[in-house]
Structures are given as structure tokens and as C-alpha cells.
Unconditional design. Structure first.
Length: 125
């Protein structure tokens, strides 16, 4: 199961972020999945594909040339942790602040039972 979930994580970044395929989100994000740290209220994380999709659209508008590179993955059983680098020019104002023309972000993600269950740690570097 570990290798399948690592492949799913790589597919998530390739399909959803690098290719911008919003229609792939429900295929890989569990209905009960939670994305922490992406909403305006830290006590109200984004839930399920429907909760995540508006953020995805805003982020892709702000970073239309985003490139996610998986740097490392650790897996045990049905859990996967991924460290990745995100590169792209911040050209859109859709996140509620002016485009900076430059940004690098570091994400940590965890998967369980073949679908994305939890996401923590959006960190600006």
C-alpha cells in the first residue's frame, strides 16, 4: 500500500497543481478529507473536494505557472508524508493581496487509505 499511496501523492501534485486539472481533485481528495491552514479562519479547515476546489482555483490564478517538485516521501502502511518545493511566479491578485512576482512555498501532506486525508504546514520560505 505504501508505494501506491506515494504514487498517488505524486499524481496529486502533477495532475492538480502542475497541470491545473481541477476535475482530478475529487478523484484523489476524500469526501471527509481536511485541508488545514488554507481558510481565512484557522478553526474552519477546508473539507472535502468541494471545500478545497475554490482555494485551488484562487491559487492557480495567482500562480498560473506553478511547478510542484516532490523532493522526499516517507511511507508506512497507508500513511504518506511528502516534502515538496513549489515554484512559480506570483502574478495574480486572487489571494487577497497584491502579486509579489516571486514566491517559494513548502508544503507537507499526509495521505491515508488511498485518498488525501490531511494537509498541514503551508510555509513561506
Amino acid at each position: 500500500m505504501s508505494e501506491e499511496n506515494k504514487a498517488l501523492m505524486r499524481r496529486w501534485f502533477e495532475e492538480v497543481w502542475n497541470k491545473g486539472r481541477a476535475e482530478a481533485i475529487p478523484e484523489m481528495f476524500a469526501d471527509e478529507g481536511i485541508a488545514h491552514g488554507l481558510s481565512d479562519d484557522p478553526l474552519k479547515p477546508l473539507r472535502g473536494p468541494a471545500g478545497f476546489q475554490p482555494f485551488h482555483a484562487q491559487f492557480r490564478e495567482a500562480f498560473p505557472n506553478i511547478e510542484v517538485v516532490v523532493e522526499d516521501q516517507l511511507a508506512e502502511g497507508d500513511l504518506v508524508a511528502t516534502r515538496c518545493s513549489v515554484r512559480g511566479k506570483h502574478t495574480g491578485d486572487s489571494l487577497g493581496f497584491a502579486a509579489t512576482q516571486s514566491r517559494r512555498i513548502h508544503w507537507h501532506h499526509d495521505y491515508a487509505n488511498e485518498k488525501r486525508k490531511d494537509r498541514r504546514g503551508l510555509e513561506q520560505l
